[in-house]
Design a binder for this molecule. Structure first.
Ligand code: ATP
Length: 252
């Protein structure tokens, strides 16, 4: 049986009169990639923010790794093993790829050097950072300034940073956004290669990536989970086609 990592139990969030998260139930297991799809404004980002703790929930519960974390702070959830994919602007452009990952490794080890220079003299930290860079396929670019890296490579650095805290769950907010076809393929291959080591919640508009990676897909429309099923079932669901996919032909 797969170990359940994350459980959302009838989670609710209102903004004024609008119910942005409407009694959402969802689970993510170890070694599962669970994709969350839905049209713009469906509430995907809000839901991720409720999982990380950035947005407090109005009702319902969030369980992580067997504990009720509904009232936990962002920091405590991160410490317990949740990692959100960083946005590009969290990278430090004037630092190398290695130095950027090194800062995350230091932070994860509880060193308080985050706002100073990375400690390139500590070989065990450097080795660990290099390990994450190798895992995302950037070992040959460790010494390059992040500002000199291609956009797709910068996104890979973000994944290496997300891994640096040794999380159990990766929350990936549109990792394919802005990537070209070759870069997308590389990101898909990377996430596929990581699937045994993490549970992943993948918010993504790129349907090729979703269908290539997901074990299960939840379809969010107006804050409600319309359907949660295997990619095959979702692909052929009339409800999903009507409510979300419209005329888009998913059989190709
Ligand atoms: N802080 C806020 N105050 C008021 N309304 C908000 C707030 N944040 C989000 N909303 C509204 O909640 C709804 C869901 O937004 P959200 O960003 O979660 O959707 P989404 O599915 O992530 O969309 P997208 O795919 O475009 O990123 C939208 O109607 C949005 O306008």
């Amino acid at each position: 049986m797969m170990t359940e990592l994350l459980r959302l139990d009838s989670l609710v969030k209102h903004y004024g009169a609008i119910c942005v998260t409407d009694h959402v139930n969802l689970t993510v297991s170890q070694a599962e990639i669970h994709a969350l799809i839905g049209p713009n404004g469906a509430g995907k980002t809000t839901l991720i923010n409720q999982i990380t703790g950035e947005v407090p929930s109005d009702a319902g519960a969030v369980y992580f790794d067997g504990q009720d974390i509904t009232r936990w702070s962002v920091a405590k959830r991160a410490h317990a093993g949740m990692s959100r994919s960083f946005q590009i602007n969290s990278l430090i452009p004037a630092f190398t790829a290695r130095e950027n990952v090194l800062l995350a490794v230091q932070a994860a080890r509880g060193h308080n050097f985050y706002f100073f220079a990375p400690v390139t003299g500590d070989q065990s930290l450097v080795n660990e950072a290099d390990g994450f860079l190798a895992r995302v396929g950037l070992d040959a670019h460790a010494d390059e300034l992040v500002s000199k890296l291609a956009y797709g490579q910068q996104r890979l650095v973000e994944v290496a940073i997300a891994m640096a805290s040794h999380p159990k769950l990766l929350l990936l907010d549109e990792p394919m956004a802005g990537l070209g076809p070759a870069e997308s393929e590389r990101m898909i291959a990377l996430l596929d290669s990581l699937r045994q080591d993490y549970g992943m919640l993948l918010v993504e508009h790129d349907m090729d990536a979703v269908f290539a990676l997901a074990n299960r897909i939840s379809v969010l429309v107006y804050g409600q989970v319309l359907l949660c099923d295997t990619p095959e079932k979702v692909r052929h669901s009339e409800i999903v086609r009507e409510a979300y996919l419209g005329d888009e032909d998913l059989d190709d």
